[in-house]
Design a protein around this ligand. Sequence first.
Ligand code: R5P
Length: 325
Amino acid sequence: MSGIEAAGSKRLVLVSGRAHPALAEEIAREVGSELVPTDARTFANGEIYARFDESIRGADAFVIQSHTSPINEWLMEQLIMIDALKRASAKRITVVAPFYPYARQDKKGRGREPISARLVADLFKTAGADRIMSIDLHAAQIQGFFDGPVDHLFAMPVLLSEFKETLDPSTLTVVSPDMGRVRVADIWSDKLGAPLAIIHKRRDPLVPNQVSVHEIVGEVAGRVCLLVDDLIDTGRTIVKAAEALKDAGAIGVVVAATHAVFSDPAVEILQSDFIDRVVVTDTLPVPEEKRWDRLTVLSIAPLLARAITEVFEDGSVTSMFDGAA
Ligand code: R5P
């Protein structure tokens, strides 16, 4: 039987949807366990089915899914798996959603808009989830949408490991590509001992994914700029920011982002001459055809595995971040 038996009757069980099997398998390896064999399929009309091939009764179950495209299908699959776990008498169910689906729809910006991130939290709850684990939520207050514990993890230690050795704080400026990222960029600037700059970005509310840069606040001329963002979707935010930074005299632009959504035309435009290097994690799958020589993809599995172990053993997730939270 898959899983780890703890003293007493505790049993850790890992199950995974079909969106990003490589990540789920690596998490299981890091935890020292195996994924429960699962029969997950899609019927001809698009309906999804999932059944676990082993008993789940009494288990502390973690249901892993990566919300890549087609995001609605993978969300639905995860909900169905939660339902199956609940009906199979799992003792506790934790949603592991490294990239929280619909996180950008976290408030009403204009009248008659939905708050879809809240809806997703309600769906997880209704399906039977007891807790959620996610990484670099677009807005930390999404935690409050879910009526239960949310383990909000940070990819910063993973991304930082890639930069600490290579960037010189005396010539480095950490840059937030918009107002929403300022708090996170500020933590990066503290950690690296480098000053902070902020870009004032505008979006056209009527055209999705269109951005323009209005102003840069902070010293960037003659400096290497490290742009930090939670996600790169079409890449327009980052490329426009990089272009503005180079125009303002930056001598280099490197990018660190947690979630590589990489919708078209991200892969094409991120290879622009304005950007020297892009570093992301694999919270979402990054297939070979979406990789290029100046892109580094770091494994997020050790971080998730450690958090899962801490939750299972009633340890501390906060202690993993050394005050970064
Ligand atoms: C914005 O608030 C986010 O932090 C990202 O900067 C944005 O969603 C990325 O989208 P895109 O890559 O399409 O500009």
